[in-house]
Design a protein around this ligand. Structure first.
Ligand code: SAM
Length: 366
């Protein structure tokens, strides 16, 4: 038995034909009333997944220090738009702001904007951040122009991807269609080569690849990275994008679905299932560079947090903690930075205007 949204999508496909995976993702996650990010309370142990700021306060605190340092680096503009894309429970931003209370002038300069489509999460963000009087938006374009500090943790992985499969005739798009009895959603290959395959990175599209190879591209992610970078170049500022993904464009299908912390079929119960795909950081970096922005990374989350001093921060927290709390801090630290946990899979990319010095957390060659 599928979901209400699954039935609606099936009716639409029966009427108008198969849809791209990107259209399916956009509908499954963003449908105005039944989309996953419109209705569910996805985060936390009772939800479908947990995230770095929910694992430890250290994550938001260090990102706060990074943002405050970038504010100083761009000449302490006031106001500065502090923007978070997809703030979840507001935990990252609350920790970041608590940790930067002592930075002279920073909080007075801040104008906080949250880009969030989920109504239940907006309520949580409001209670976590009421003291900073945030303004909410459905999309970045609604945030007023001006110097910008932006952070996005696990936001880009929810943006729709298209998938293509190599055949002897060329790249065919993988679509979402229906089983012959019209009851179930299935993946199906479009019968002819797709003109949209030109959207794949040239390094992938032009490669000598065997039939059956699958490649993905997120036009929405590339477009958003370009728009952020354009604003940074015009108005000044810095952005930090953290997500799981890869540094160089490659092949392979990474679309995945989670429900209650378990991996499930991406086509099962749309609207009730979290859908994500690995972020192709090379395409984001290229989109940013094209605008003239400076780009640093991607580098591993573990390396980045170590360079920002997470081990020292853990020691400070442990000095005031009970033995049980100390073990929890150690476990959280490991989870965030260990290469077998989030340390390597999660990547960090910074982009900014070319008038300020290089940011912390990235070596000269990243
Ligand atoms: C995986 S959660 C990450 C939450 C938070 N950044 C964290 O690290 O805990 C994704 C967040 O982005 C929001 N979101 C997803 N798609 C969105 C979209 N298209 N526009 C605005 N917000 C979106 C979700 O509601 C949620 O707050």
């Amino acid at each position: 038995m599928t979901s209400e949204l699954g039935r609606r999508i099936a009716r639409r496909i029966a009427a108008t034909g198969p849809m791209s995976i990107a259209d399916f993702m956009a509908e499954a996650l963003g449908h105005p009333t039944l989309g996953y990010y419109r209705r569910a309370m996805p985060l936390g142990t009772a939800g479908d997944f947990t995230t770095a700021p929910e694992i430890s306060q250290m994550f938001g605190e260090l990102l706060g220090a990074w943002l405050a340092e970038r504010w100083q680096a761009i000449g302490r503009p006031a106001p500065v738009r502090l923007v978070e894309l997809g703030p979840g429970r507001g935990t990252l931003m609350a920790d970041a702001l608590r940790a930067t209370r002592g930075v002279a002038g920073f909080h007075d300069a801040l104008d906080l904007h949250l880009v969030e489509v989920n109504a239940p999460l907006r309520v949580l963000q409001e209670s976590a951040l009421a003291a900073y009087t945030p303004t909410w938006h459905e999309a970045l374009d609604a945030v007023p122009r001006g110097p910008l500090l932006l952070v996005a943790n696990e936001f880009f992985d929810a943006l729709p991807v298209r998938q293509f499969e190599r055949t002897p005739q060329g790249w065919h798009e993988r679509m979402v269609g229906l089983t012959p009895n019209g009851e179930h959603l299935v993946f199906a290959l479009a019968p002819g080569p797709s003109p949209f395959a030109r959207l794949l990175p040239e390094t992938v599209r032009g490669g000598d690849l065997p039939a059956g190879t699958v490649a993905e591209v997120s036009v929405a992610a590339v477009d958003l990275a370009g728009r952020i970078a354009e604003r940074l170049v015009k108005d000044g500022g810095w952005a930090l994008i953290i997500d799981y993904g890869r540094d160089t464009s490659g092949t392979g299908a990474t679309l995945q679905a989670l429900r209650s912390h378990r991996s499930v079929d991406p086509l099962d119960r749309p609207g009730e299932t979290d859908l994500t795909a690995h972020v192709d950081f090379a395409t984001l970096a290229q989109a940013a560079c094209t605008t003239g922005a400076r780009v640093f990374g991607p580098t591993g989350q573990g390396t980045f947090l170590r360079r920002l001093g997470i081990e020292r921060r853990a020691e400070i927290l442990k000095a005031r903690a009970t033995p049980t709390q100390r073990s929890a801090i150690d476990a959280a630290l490991l989870r965030l930075i260990d290469r077998d946990q989030m340390g390597t899979l999660f990547r960090v990319l910074a982009m900014g205007d070319d008038r300020s010095a290089a940011p912390a957390g990235f070596s000269d060659d990243t």
